[in-house]
Design a protein around this ligand. Structure first.
Ligand SMILES: Cc1ncc(COP(=O)(O)O)c(C=O)c1O
Length: 381
């Protein structure tokens, strides 16, 4: 069996440290925010190359508060993409604002900056690019458009811890960067978690107020806020895990490069990583015409795969009232029909990567494949 993701393998590597950190929180009886969360905030801000990090209870909360802090009000419009997890859109709707979708670049699968300017109206307040699968959107033109039109840029970096664009880390280029620490993310908590990062002290102050009921001091509520605080246990887990994120990212990039080599010349479309980008491969997605059939074959052979995401947001039933339909975002729609995410995690061994590719390339000839797998295993030893 080769799962899509193996969080137990990661836990085995850091079990002692995690167990000590979690026990310490339980013994301290401080379960919300507290010293571990504060220490993690400092580490994560430095990791992203920004001054402020506000730890929250999810990536969705980070997006919601970033937009509120940027002054997104009911009736405003926020330009974003549909090629994302629904949370990006939901956060805009939580503010009473309207998501305006633009299509993605067929090479990078992230927001096509050439389409942004035409989507701006007098109601536009912010641009919300998504760093999909671990690759940052083309930020220079997006930020240039935002400056010229006096718009905020909120980065959805939920999938892109440590990704870089021209040497700048994800989250550090927009006004606010939003991260998720959902367990399966490259930096994952042991429950829900998220963070907003920014260099802007006023935005940091507003987000900090909003995450804790708008309290300036205990029971002194100066704005109507939310209960979006990070748990102390998640802070303690993340404080341990942040020491490993660079090693894990290097290992993920090695897995991706191995897939790239083995899939070169095949009929499968592979992720692109422009030379100025550091892709962190939260997802390694290939493109193929008979995706659903191949996924079933791989599943039968014990190889876990995923689809990120099978139905773009603008075609989801829940968001039908936004008024979009099939044909509105042709590149997004074509990708959603063709994406297949292959197993990727730091502990995935080279011979397992080879096995996934062999099964992809030869789904039928099981006997031939068995002997080839045996041969690859022997070579790998
Ligand atoms: C692109 C993107 N944005 C936002 C989110 C929301 O993060 P969370 O699940 O922590 O609320 C996710 C999580 O999967 C995501 O992938």
């Amino acid at each position: 069996m080769i799962p899509l993701l193996d969080l137990s393998a990661q836990y085995r590597q850091i079990k002692r440290e995690i167990d000590v950190a979690v026990s310490r929180v339980i013994e301290s009886a401080q379960f919300v925010l507290g010293p571990d969360v504060r220490a993690f905030e400092e580490r994560f801000a430095a990791y992203c190359g920004v001054k402020h990090c506000i730890a929250l209870n999810s990536g969705t909360s980070a997006l919601h508060l970033a937009l509120l802090a940027a002054g997104v009000h009911p009736g405003d419009e926020v330009i974003t993409v549909s090629m994302t997890f629904v949370a990006t859109t939901a956060a805009i709707l939580y503010c009473g604002a309207k998501p305006i979708f633009v299509d993605v670049d067929p090479r990078t699968w992230t927001m096509d900056p050439n389409l942004v300017e035409a989507a701006i109206t007098p109601r536009t307040r912010a641009i919300l690019p998504v760093h999909l699968h671990g690759l940052m959107a083309d930020m220079d033109p997006i930020i240039d458009i935002a400056r010229r039109h006096k718009l905020f840029v909120v980065e959805d970096a939920a999938q892109s811890h440590g990704a870089e664009y021209k040497g700048y880390r994800a989250g550090s280029l927009g006004d606010v960067g939003c991260f998720s620490f959902y367990p399966g993310k490259n930096l994952g908590a042991y429950g829900e978690g998220g963070a907003a990062v920014t260099d802007n002290p006023e935005l940091a102050r507003r987000i900090t107020l909003l995450r804790d009921w708008g309290q300036e001091s205990k029971y002194n509520h100066v704005v109507a806020g939310y209960n979006y605080r990070m748990d102390s246990i998640q802070g303690a887990v993340l404080r341990v895990k942040i020491n490993y994120i660079e090693a894990w990212t290097t290992a993920r990039r090695a897995v991706a490069s191995h897939y790239d080599d083995l899939l070169a010349g095949s009929q499968y479309g592979r992720p692109t990583s422009p030379p100025h980008s550091r892709h962190v491969y939260h997802v390694y997605a290939i493109q193929l015409a008979d995706r659903n059939k191949v996924q079933k074959t791989l599943q039968a052979a014990g190889v876990g795969t995923g689809i990120h995401y099978p139905i773009p947001v603008h075609l989801q039933k829940a968001y039908a009232n936004l008024g979009y339909g099939r044909g509105d975002l042709p590149i997004t729609e074509a990708l959603a029909d063709r994406f297949l995410s292959l197993p990727i995690y730091a502990e995935l061994r080279p011979e397992q990567v080879a096995e996934v590719v062999l099964r992809l390339k030869n789904p039928c000839s099981v006997d031939a494949m068995q002997s080839e797998i045996q041969r690859v295993h022997t070579l790998a030893r």
